[in-house]
Design a protein around this ligand. Structure first.
Ligand SMILES: Cc1cc2nc3c(=O)[nH]c(=O)nc-3n(C[C@H](O)[C@H](O)[C@H](O)COP(=O)(O)OP(=O)(O)OC[C@H]3O[C@@H](n4cnc5c(N)ncnc54)[C@H](O)[C@@H]3O)c2cc1C
Length: 449
């Protein structure tokens, strides 16, 4: 019997995982990627002059990424991970509080000592977090179906009601905004509960050799067509014609099935001229309505005359935040540390990131470093610029009601056209992997046809 052939559009984590699973299931798979390397938002930048590998998008994973952890030995990556220390500084207008999140007891102890909170606030916070933690076993944190019942209000509304304004600004926002960059008012509490129910006591890891090893190894012996930008999907009887352009010009080829593993906006454009029979009105409405927040990530190299004992610095207190996280990556780079150097990563809120669109890298480095010093004064005045990544579609927005919409979109996945991407499961590597499993399950459901 002739093998069914499938095109996977996008070689980010969700596309690479889809391609791997389809190949394992016996399909002929061809991957199209518009960039020259795999990874998408799990991309690593390599300094051409020094031994520095910087993750410019996804940078860490945790011990509750079950799919990723199961894949590490299969991909030969289990020895290539580094466990992060998890000492944080919370910077508020009243000072800097050190927070030790290395395990569940250290976190509980640090919470009790947060000087910006009164005793009653701490008690309410502890009870709230304990309740969420108790839900751990009942939730699949990257399954929209499992989270739908929590999708009724924002993190801000829920937390303020349960723990009060002070604890919300001093603690709860730090669990969302430094990782997903957007204000907690815009995030469904389903996302917060899914994170908190799993993250208490979790270990955090990074890939010192670069997170892009993950998509590369997932692709295995598949040789994606790099520099191949797909621009349309057209119906060809029961099959689909895929149109793409690369350095050699325009091309087209017909496939039995397609996995669209791009962001939602790209998927919506590609499917725009398919008929309702192939791509129905509900799918169209969902993909066209999906939004993402912008993110600016800027990295610098500094001298570590006064060592920084923390791995992450986050803002605390009431008000808007320009810098949502400042990562200190010294422990990941022992060779640099031995030379007295440290990498600093700055991540900006969507609103602040928008201000940098269209600006030169030179200006971005200058302006962002001035802001970094004002935010965390123990940084040195001089820093060597390393890398800028400004993404207009950085993180899919999981606003109130989004999990319900995704659950109903997932039911419409089809054997001839399926969608994968973090916007369908959770804004992280584990979400991208989970979305690939579902897209492939939809394709496999048509195997006998
Ligand atoms: C700054 C930042 C920090 C992050 N930090 C973390 C973290 O620490 N931990 C974590 O777990 N997650 C993190 N994330 C989230 C994580 O990076 C994403 O959830 C994940 O990488 C998304 O993978 P994906 O395959 O869904 O999409 P993408 O990575 O966006 O992949 C889509 C691919 O499709 C390609 N493509 C697009 N259009 C076309 C076309 N027309 N033709 C062909 N190819 C096309 C793109 O080039 C891309 O390679 C972070 C994200 C950002 C932006």
């Amino acid at each position: 019997m002739k093998k069914r052939n499938v095109a996977v559009i996008g070689a980010g984590v969700s596309g690479a995982m889809s391609a791997r699973l389809l190949q394992q299931a016996g399909y002929t798979v061809r991957v199209f990627e518009k960039e020259m390397t795999p990874g998408g938002r799990a991309m690593s930048w390599r300094d051409p002059n020094r031994d520095i590998v910087l993750d410019s998008g996804a940078a860490f994973f945790t011990s509750f990424y079950e799919r990723l952890i199961a894949l590490l030995p299969e991909l030969g990556l289990q020895d290539g991970v580094h466990r992060l220390s998890r000492q944080f500084d919370f910077v508020s207008p009243t000072g800097i509080d050190r927070f030790n999140a290395s395990n569940v007891w250290a976190s509980a102890w640090s919470t009790l000592w947060l000087p910006t909170l009164g005793l009653a606030d701490k008690w309410r916070l502890t009870v709230y977090l304990a309740k969420i933690n108790a839900q751990r076993k009942k939730l699949d944190w990257v399954s929209p179906e499992s989270l739908c019942h929590l999708d009724d209000r924002s993190v801000a509304d829920d937390a303020i009601e349960q723990v009060g304004e002070a604890a919300y600004h001093a603690f709860i926002r730090q669990t969302i905004e430094p990782f997903w960059f957007m204000p907690s008012e815009q995030v469904s509490r389903a996302m917060f509960v899914s994170m908190m129910s799993n993250s208490a006591g979790a270990s955090f890891y990074s890939f010192p050799g670069g997170i892009d090893q993950l998509p590369s190894r997932l692709l295995g012996d598949l040789e994606p067509s790099f520099g191949a930008e797909v621009h349309a999907l057209l119906e060809d009887g029961e099959r689909t014609k895929l149109c793409w352009r690369d350095a050699d010009g325009e091309h087209e080829e017909v496939f039995d099935s397609i996995v669209c593993a791009t962001t939602a906006s790209v998927a919506a454009k590609l499917c725009g001229s398919l008929s309702a029979k192939r791509y129905d009105a509900e799918q169209r409405e969902f993909l066209e309505g999906q939004s993402y927040c912008e993110n600016l990530h800027v990295a610098f190299l500094i001298n570590r005359e006064q060592g920084h004992p923390v791995s992450l610095v986050v803002p605390a207190g009431v008000g808007e935040r320009d810098i949502v996280a400042l990562g200190l990556c010294g422990e990941r780079y022992p060779a640099l540390r031995a030379e007295g150097k440290e990498i600093v990563s700055l991540y900006f809120s969507p609103k602040a990131s928008r201000r940098y669109i269209g600006q030169s890298d030179e200006w971005i480095f200058k302006d962002t470093w001035a802001r970094a010093i004002a935010f965390y004064p123990s940084l040195p005045v001089d820093a060597e610029p390393l890398h800028v990544a400004l993404r207009e579609e950085a993180i899919p927005e999981f606003g109130v009601g989004q999990y319900k919409k995704i659950a109903s979109f997932q039911r419409l996945q089809r054997p001839d056209l399926a969608f994968a991407g973090d916007y369908l499961a959770g804004a992280c590597i584990e979400g991208a992997l989970a979305s690939a499993e579902r897209a492939v399950a939809a394709i496999l459901s048509g195997k006998s046809k």
